[in-house]
Design a protein around this ligand. Structure first.
Ligand code: NAD
Length: 260
């Protein structure tokens, strides 16, 4: 049912986005991967996916902080792969500071990449999904889309915004065979998170296991990270026919964080 369908995954040259692209490719979906960069390694990631999973895969450079680039990503991916019926809005950045010291340009960048890009790509992709008669929009929000932490005002505002946008779009498309859901991960083990462990061990004078348990995963009751493969498989599930009646839902994948 999913084989041969075409997906765009924004911000997918590393971490969760790459995990999603790989798990979708594994189910036979052709994938458009994206970043704001344009290096040989970026294009190689797409070649590797084609080689490993036998699907069409292509890399598109587009800066998700820019409305025009969001639209052109949808246009270029459609031209290259065919009708885009799966859109995964994953690109996101973070910045941490007290609100009175929060640099306005960081606020603008986080709102643009983490929230406004979700609007721009969705707006551009929905007409194609309606014409195709089937669609899946999956927005990667966060546990911070449902709850807050201090010093993350822009991120928390943007991720809450993603959940609200998801619900509204789900209602608009409810009778069009197009679902729109948000995935709300807690802490996910990505190369970026892995690279922070040595610094945290040093800063807290703790061994790896203790720093993970007591500092990094202090709010995650399972005391374990989700993996990028797990997030990818959940996105693949939301694309499946089994999930046809799931729409407008923020799906928590946070080891119990928001149950606290
Ligand atoms: P990451 O930094 O590993 O990957 C982010 C990707 O987005 C990269 O491919 C990067 O090149 C791309 N990107 C950044 N700015 C971009 C821009 N302007 N235009 C296009 N692409 C851009 O991050 P990650 O941890 O994999 O996070 C992915 C998403 O998951 C984000 O939306 C993040 O908020 C969310 N999330 C992450 C975690 C976690 O624990 N890692 C938890 C909850 C939610």
């Amino acid at each position: 049912m999913l084989q041969g369908k075409n997906a765009i995954i924004t911000g997918s040259t590393s971490g969760i986005g790459l995990g999603i692209a790989r798990q979708l490719a594994k189910t036979g979906i052709n994938v458009a991967i994206n970043s704001y960069t344009d290096s040989q390694e970026d294009h190689k990631l797409a070649e590797d996916i084609t080689q490993e999973f036998g699907v069409k895969a292509a890399f598109f450079s587009a800066d998700m902080s820019k409305a025009d680039a969001c639209v052109s990503l949808v246009e270029q991916a459609t031209e290259s792969l065919g009708p885009i019926s799966i859109l995964v809005n994953n690109a996101g950045i973070q910045f941490v500071a007290p609100v009175e010291e929060f640099p306005p340009q960081k606020w603008d960048a986080i709102l643009a990449i983490n929230l406004s890009s979700v609007f721009h790509t969705t707006r551009a992709a929905v007409p194609g999904m309606k014409a195709f008669g089937w669609g899946r929009i999956i927005n990667i929000s966060s546990a911070h889309g449902l709850t807050a932490s201090p010093f993350k005002s822009a991120y928390v505002a943007a991720k809450h915004g993603v959940v609200g946008f998801t619900k509204s779009v789900a209602l608009e498309l409810a009778e069009k065979n197009i679902t729109c859901n948000a995935v709300c991960p807690g802490y996910v083990m990505t190369p970026l998170v892995e690279s922070q462990i040595p610094e945290q061990m040093k800063a807290h004078n703790m061994d790896r296991e203790t720093v993970i348990r007591e500092v990094m995963l202090a709010r995650q009751p399972t005391k374990d990270f989700a993996t990028t493969e797990q997030i990818g498989d959940i996105v693949a599930f939301l694309c499946s026919d089994a999930a046809a009646q799931i729409t407008g839902t923020p799906l928590s994948v946070d080891g119990g964080w928001t149950a606290l």
